[in-house]
Design a protein around this ligand. Structure first.
Ligand SMILES: C[S@@+](CC[C@H](N)C(=O)[O-])C[C@H]1O[C@@H](n2cnc3c(N)ncnc32)[C@H](O)[C@@H]1O
Length: 465
C-alpha cells in the first residue's frame, strides 16, 4: 500500500462534514451568509468578529431588526456560526432579545427561526458544552419550547451518531493532519520538518479518533513544525543516559501550557514508555481523549500556571516520577510558545524540580510594557520581532544567571516568526564552600555540613595529602 492510499484509508472515517448545515444547503453555507460591512458589534466585538447582520442585531438585543432579518434570511444564513461558533438560535436561547418582560417575544423569534430552517444547527454547543435546549432551560423559556428543542437535538444526534465522537459527542468535522499528509504525498510540501515527519511511521497515529481534537487544529502544519522543533531540540541535547528517544522509560516529559496538547501527544507517540504530562488552564473536555488511546498516553493536569498552586503541583509531579520503580525518571520540561510570564514560571518550575534535567523553551509574546518582568530596554525598538528577540535573549540571560548551560537558536523550519528555541540544562554544581578540617574533627563536622546543605562538600585535605 502506498503512503497516499494508506492516508486515504485511514482518513475515511474523518471526512469533512459540516453537520450544522444540511447537505442541500452546503454550497450556500460555504459562500456564507450575506455579511454586513466590517462592523464592531455593540457587545463583545471580539466574540462576534465574524458575524452576520442577524448575529449583530441579536447581539444588540434589537428584536425588531432581528425579526426582519429572520424573515429575509435563508436557512443557510439562519444556521451560520459566528467566529466564536455561535448560531442565531443559540444566541436567542442564550438570552439575546430576552428581558424580564420580553420572553414571549424571544420565544416567538425562536419558533420563527425553527420554522424557517434555522434548527439544522440544533446540536451545536457553546464552549461551555451547552446546547440551545440547555440554554433555553437555563433562561427559563417555556417548558414546551425547551421540550421541543430537546426532541430536535436528540433526533439530530441520533441521525448523526456515526459521525460523532463517542466520548464527547462532537462531530468529526476536520481532518487537518490528513490534509497536511496529502500535501506531502502530492509533492506540494516544501517544509523540511514536515517532510521528515510524514516520512516516519508514527505520524498516522495522530488519526486515532480519540485524538480528533488535534485534527481540528486550524493551522496544523504550523503547529506541527513548532512541536517538532521543540522535540528535535530535546533530542539534540546531550543528556546523561541518553535522552527520551534512546531511553524513554527513564523520562518524564512535562509539556507546560500545552494548548491542545500536540507537543505532548507527539512526545508520547515518539517516546513509547516515557511518562508524559500536559499542563494548561484549558478545560479537560477540549483536550484529546488520551485515556482512550493505547499508544498516546498523556496525563492532563488542569492548572493555572501563574497561580500560587502551580509550583506545588510541579513539585508533586516530580515527587511521583522520582519515586517511580524500577528507576526514578528525569524530567524534561517543554514550553512551546509560552506567552509573557508563562516563560518565567517555566523557568521557576525548572529550578524547583531537582530531577528536571532539561528545559526546552520557545518564548512567545513579552509581558506588558511597564511590567516588573519586562525591563524597558526590551522595548527599545517598536518592531515586535525585535522585541521578541530581545525577550528571548533576556530569558537566556536569566537562565544563565541561575547557573544553567544554555543554547539559543533560531529554528528556520518553524512556520512562525517566533522561532527561537532556548535549551537549558543543569550543570553539576561545584562546592559552594570548601571546608578544610583537621582529621580529628572531620566526622562530626562533615555530618553537620551535610545537614546544613548538600552544596557544602567536605574536603579532607589532610588525608588527601
Ligand atoms: C500560545 S499558547 C501555546 C500552546 C501550546 N504550547 C502550543 O504550542 O500549541 C499558550 C497556552 O497557554 C495557556 N495559558 C495561558 N495562561 C495560562 C495560565 N495562567 N495557566 C495555564 N495555562 C495558561 C493557554 O491556555 C494556551 O493553551
Amino acid at each position: 500500500m502506498t503512503d497516499a492510499s494508506l492516508w486515504a484509508d485511514r482518513g475515511a472515517f474523518l471526512t469533512h462534514v459540516e453537520l450544522f448545515v444540511p447537505s442541500s444547503l452546503r454550497p450556500l453555507a460555504r459562500r456564507g451568509a450575506p455579511r454586513p460591512p466590517p462592523a464592531r458589534a455593540p457587545h463583545g466585538p471580539r466574540a462576534l468578529r465574524t458575524a452576520s447582520a442577524l448575529h449583530l442585531a441579536l447581539d444588540a438585543n434589537d428584536a425588531d431588526a432581528a425579526a426582519a432579518l429572520i424573515e429575509t434570511s435563508d436557512a443557510a444564513a439562519l444556521n451560520t456560526r459566528s467566529s466564536s461558533r455561535v448560531t442565531p438560535l443559540l444566541m436567542l436561547t442564550m438570552g439575546r432579545c430576552t428581558t424580564q418582560h420580553a420572553k414571549a417575544r424571544c420565544e416567538q423569534l425562536i419558533w420563527r427561526v425553527l420554522e424557517r430552517g434555522g434548527g439544522a444547527s440544533i446540536a451545536v454547543r457553546t464552549k461551555a458544552r451547552l446546547s440551545a435546549a440547555d440554554h433555553a432551560e437555563r433562561h427559563q423559556l417555556s417548558p414546551r419550547l425547551v421540550a421541543h428543542l430537546r426532541a430536535l437535538e436528540a433526533a439530530e444526534r441520533a441521525r448523526t451518531a456515526g459521525e460523532r465522537c463517542e466520548v464527547c459527542g462532537d462531530v468529526f468535522a476536520h481532518n487537518k493532519v490528513a490534509y497536511a499528509a496529502r500535501r506531502v504525498a502530492s509533492g506540494e510540501e516544501e517544509n523540511a520538518m514536515l517532510l521528515k515527519f510524514f516520512s516516519t511511521s508514527y505520524h498516522h497515529k495522530l488519526l486515532d479518533p480519540a485524538l480528533h481534537k488535534l485534527n481540528e487544529l486550524r493551522t496544523v502544519r504550523k503547529e506541527l513544525t513548532e512541536s517538532l522543533a521543540v522535540l528535535s531540540a530535546l533530542e539534540d541535547t546531550p543528556c546523561s543516559g541518553g535522552g527520551p528517544l534512546s531511553t524513554p522509560t527513564r523520562w518524564h516529559v512535562v509539556d507546560i501550557a500545552c494548548g491542545r496538547g500536540l507537543t505532548a501527544s507527539l512526545a508520547a507517540l515518539r517516546y513509547a514508555g516515557a511518562r508524559v504530562t500536559a499542563v494548561d488552564l484549558n478545560a479537560p473536555h477540549i483536550m484529546p481523549h488520551w485515556e482512550r488511546t493505547q499508544e498516546c498516553r498523556v496525563s492532563y493536569l488542569q492548572q493555572d500556571i501563574l497561580g500560587p498552586a502551580f509550583l506545588d503541583a510541579m513539585a508533586r509531579l516530580e515527587a511521583e516520577s522520582s519515586s517511580e520503580a524500577p528507576a526514578r525518571r528525569d524530567v524534561a520540561m517543554l514550553g512551546m510558545h509560552l506567552c509573557g510570564e508563562l516563560s518565567l514560571r517555566a523557568i521557576d518550575a525548572f529550578e524547583l524540580c531537582r530531577s528536571a534535567a532539561v528545559l526546552v523553551l520557545s518564548p512567545c509574546c513579552l509581558p506588558a510594557k511597564g511590567s516588573e518582568h519586562a525591563p524597558d530596554d526590551l522595548f527599545a525598538s517598536n518592531q515586535q520581532i525585535d522585541q521578541y528577540h530581545s525577550w528571548s535573549a533576556h530569558l537566556e540571560t536569566l537562565l544563565r544567571g541561575r547557573g544553567y548551560k544554555v543554547t539559543r537558536s533560531v529554528e528556520k523550519a518553524m512556520l512562525s516568526v517566533k522561532n527561537v528555541v532556548l535549551v537549558a540544562t543543569k550543570v553539576p554544581k561545584g562546592p559552594v564552600a570548601e571546608v578544610v578540617l583537621r582529621v580529628s574533627l572531620a566526622d562530626d563536622l562533615a555530618a553537620a555540613c551535610c545537614r546544613v546543605s548538600c552544596d557544602i562538600q567536605f574536603v579532607d585535605r589532610q588525608s588527601a595529602t
